[in-house]
Design a protein around this ligand. Structure first.
Ligand SMILES: [Zn+2]
Length: 345
């Protein structure tokens, strides 16, 4: 079980980057991975703070999260041999820094500039170009420094996506329990409870998750980080990724680049909650409250895309048993499901 040693969340926490780094023993060299925008937003500050502490810092820009990006960063790590790698940015930069550092056996510190998904603290990376469309094991960050002051300035859509990714744990945990009961799959009560509690806290606090509300953002960040930790405890993405994530991955294949990961997972959660015979209306209401998409139109996809993605979902990851395998629905049933839950008109 790999867990972060330091998690610092709050207003202006970026200032603590040099202290944290020193405390963890990284006094000589560091490599910062960021995007060109996120370098201006936070990467530059991290570089200057570390340099102020006498650390030799190199900076490498990536603009996407593909296998090629990971290879390029790995090469940087091989040549520069930094004591620690910083991932500074939204999802993609952190994913690339996490996977490349894991492969080169260098520790990794996560400095998120958005709250868009649970990858900011998880041991998994989502990278394009692999055979499978879902996340692969990398390593847990040794520290997470989340500055709410910086994250608050990110587009509101990233917060919406983060909420969807946390609320998704509601059905992910249900699917895990089902797989345990019916397929005797390993089930970790602690990891499952942590993921579920995060979803419940975001649902309870949805009213406070609004632009410029630091308290609400903090709830979301703590929830995302707890989800990341739950995956470290489980040793897989099981507590955080079930049928609703399979729907999102399938939708990416059916029609890519139309909505954010968490937005799709949120809509998936509405439908999968209905299949689990639970309160899907509450999920929908919560998503609406934070301004998240709840239907095909808002995801900018056609209604046929939704049905196609639902049909494809159980085939994406055959070893991951979910409610979709259990029910084994037909085309007509999926059409009905999307209609009943108001995902399509
Ligand atoms: Zn996710």
């Amino acid at each position: 079980m790999q867990l972060p040693r330091e998690v610092i969340i709050g207003n202006g926490t970026i200032e603590r980057v040099a202290v944290v780094s020193r405390r963890l023993g990284f006094t000589k060299s560091a490599l910062i991975i960021s995007g060109s925008k996120t370098y201006d937003v936070a990467g530059k500050a991290v570089k200057e703070l570390l340099e102020g502490g006498g650390v030799e810092v190199n900076n490498f820009l990536v603009e996407s999260a593909t296998v090629e990006d990971v290879d390029a960063v790995e090469e940087q790590i091989r040549v520069l041999r930094p004591q620690v790698v910083f991932g500074v940015g939204g999802g993609t930069k952190i994913d690339v820094a996490k996977l490349s550092s894991a492969r080169r056996k260098a520790p990794f510190i996560s400095v998120p500039t958005t709250a868009s998904h649970d990858g900011i603290a998880s041991p998994l990376s989502s990278v394009k170009g692999f055979e499978k469309p879902y996340s692969v094991m990398a390593q847990a960050p040794i520290a997470i420094i989340a500055d709410t002051n910086i994250i608050m300035d990110a587009p509101w859509r990233s917060v919406i996506s983060g909420c969807g990714d946390v609320i998704a744990k509601f059905t992910a945990v249900k699917d895990w329990k089902l797989a345990h009961k019916e397929k005797n799959e390993y089930y970790g009560e602690y990891a499952a409870s942590l993921a579920l509690m995060s979803a419940k806290l975001v649902i309870q606090n949805a009213k406070r998750i609004e632009p410029r509300n630091e308290e609400g953002l903090r709830v979301l960040l703590e929830a995302l980080i707890s989800c990341g930790v739950s995956m470290s405890i489980a040793g897989s993405s099981r507590p955080c990724s079930g049928s609703e994530h399979l729907f999102s991955h399938a939708l990416d294949i059916v029609k890519s680049n139309h909505a954010m990961h968490g937005e799709q997972c949120g809509v998936g959660t509405i439908m999968m909650t209905r299949l689990h015979n639970e309160n899907w209306k509450q999920i929908r209401k919560t998503l609406k409250m934070v301004g998240a998409p709840t239907n095909a139109d808002e995801l900018h996809v056609e209604k046929e895309d939704v049905t196609k993605a639902l049909e494809m979902a159980p085939t994406i990851r055959p070893e991951r048993y979910t409610i979709l395998n259990r029910l084994n629905l037909k085309h007509k049933d999926y059409e009905r499901l999307a209609k009943i839950t108001h995902v399509v008109k």
